[in-house]
Design a protein around this ligand. Structure first.
Ligand SMILES: [Zn+2]
Length: 257
């Protein structure tokens, strides 16, 4: 192979998306409507209809996307391009797999509000985190009753044996008006719908030196019992991503039904 062709092939390998989840339009529509009943009314063909009459296309018609395009310019359908499997994973995540990392920003911004907007402050409440263990406070959104779901998580985690507490306390953060590190994309923390548990016992892909072609080994120390509790209440875990972030959980009920 000529050097230029080899270079191009290398690029294609780097940017190829992971295997598709294979959900059809009807399944995607059903998942969205079931996950966000307070906001969404119906799906009419390719259009998602909100209760206030707003209409959003499910498919932008741009065709198959590279991994980078999935993250940078997704549509609503693309959010389901990788399957999130609840429960204990059999293997580390496949290269570039990151179910939940694809977020169509207009959808979440409309639902939760923009953190640069003062109106969003009225949607935040403070909850006690693992009160039996004096875990401190956490600011979360009331939109989609995320605060109630997170309190339910907290109650169950509070009942776990003491050996689990080092993973959960001190919390590393919930609400934070910021973008995903190294990108211009809004984090679920900016909507107060995500939580980072204890960073000291967590692993993050950017903390690992990349090897050949930027690959890096998977690492995790978070016990599955903790992941199971979050998933039961509609939160996905960043430990199921190739670009892993094992302290990170975010409310994405459309992916863990
Ligand atoms: Zn996080």
């Amino acid at each position: 192979m000529k050097p230029a062709a080899a270079f191009l092939t290398g690029l294609l390998l780097l940017t190829a998306p992971p295997p598709a989840a294979g959900l059809d339009g009807a399944a995607i529509a059903a998942r969205l409507l079931q996950a966000y009943p307070d906001h969404l009314k119906a799906v009419e063909g390719n259009v998602l209809v909100w209760r206030d009459g707003t209409r959003m296309p499910l498919d932008d018609g741009a065709g198959p996307k590279s991994f980078e395009a999935l993250l940078a310019k997704p549509d609503l359908k693309d959010q389901f391009s990788m399957e999130y499997r609840p429960g204990k994973p059999d293997t580390p995540p496949a290269e570039n797999s990151g179910p939940g990392r694809v977020r169509y920003e207009p959808f979440f911004k409309k639902m939760y509000g923009g953190c640069e907007d003062r109106a969003m402050a009225r949607k935040l409440v403070t909850i006690g985190w693992l009160p039996r263990h004096r875990g401190g406070k956490a600011a979360v959104t009331t939109v989609n009753k995320v605060h109630e779901h997170l309190e339910a998580v907290s109650r169950e985690l509070d009942e776990l044996p003491d050996r689990f507490m080092k993973y959960l306390i001190p919390l590393s953060g919930t609400y934070n008006c910021r973008t995903v590190a190294g990108t211009g994309r809004r984090s679920m923390h900016a909507y107060a719908a995500a939580i980072d548990i204890a960073a000291a016992h967590s692993d993050y892909w950017q903390w690992t030196a990349g090897g050949a072609r930027g690959k890096f080994p998977y690492r995790n120390r978070i016990p599955q019992e903790i992941v199971d509790i979050f998933e039961r209440h509609g939160f996905i875990w960043g430990g199921k991503w190739y670009h892993y972030d094992t302290m990170h959980f975010e409310f994405r009920p459309e992916l863990v039904q």
